[in-house]
Design a protein. Structure first.
Length: 204
């Protein structure tokens, strides 16, 4: 996984290569290069131009970003909350949103964007319910939600048509899947279920 520091170091290295020996270029050529760099925001943020039109690394900008490595800047409108409470609130908000995203994937909901207040409130409640369901699952099973979801996602239901009619069959359960279903008090699905029989022709 790329960190902000490694990305910044890579961008600074690229920019250093681009502007190296540009002092010997004409003012027009430097301006042309400056325009190209301006079209690349990642590089442009670390570039400064001297009063004489020379291209230099913005070391002050780089140093300022280095001082923020590994830190998060959080904003809050309540001056009475401590830094710890604000950080905890943001972490809980991320957990709520993550829980709802996971649940939307399971029930296959398309993205929905809300503008009306009642719909926004409903969205928040659904996020809370999704997180509550995840927490109950983790507490009951003693496993993380990621583990539970990965195991149960391997259960599949197939529908087949045979000589005796239409039937459905569940994939063979593993021991971890059986244990999870038992802990969650979810009825174990039947291995095979006949849903309808083929009709027989009768003469009038």
């Amino acid at each position: 996984m790329w960190s902000r520091r490694s990305i910044r170091e890579q961008l600074v290295a690229q920019l250093t290569t681009l502007i190296e020996d540009t002092d010997s270029l004409s003012e027009f050529k430097r301006g042309e290069l400056r325009g190209k760099i301006a079209g690349r925001p990642g590089l442009n943020r670390y570039l400064r131009t001297t009063p004489a039109g020379k291209l230099r690394l913005d070391t002050a900008k780089i140093k300022a970003e280095e001082n923020l490595d590994g830190k998060y800047l959080l904003q809050c409108s309540d001056p009475d909350l401590s830094a710890e409470d604000i950080a905890l609130g943001y972490k809980q908000l991320l957990e709520v949103e993550r829980g709802w995203r996971d649940m939307k994937q399971i029930i296959d909901l398309r993205p929905v964007y809300h503008r009306l207040e009642e719909r926004i409130r409903a969205h928040v409640v659904l996020c809370w319910l999704a997180l509550l369901l995840i927490r109950i699952t983790e507490t009951t099973t003693g496993a993380t939600w990621t583990t539970v979801r990965r195991e149960l996602d391997r259960l599949h239901l197939g529908t087949f048509t045979g000589p005796t009619g239409l039937f459905r069959q569940v994939t063979t359960r593993t021991k971890p899947q059986t244990d999870l279903l038992a802990k969650l008090a979810i009825p174990t699905p039947k291995q095979r279920t006949l849903t309808s029989l083929t009709s027989t022709n009768t003469s009038a």
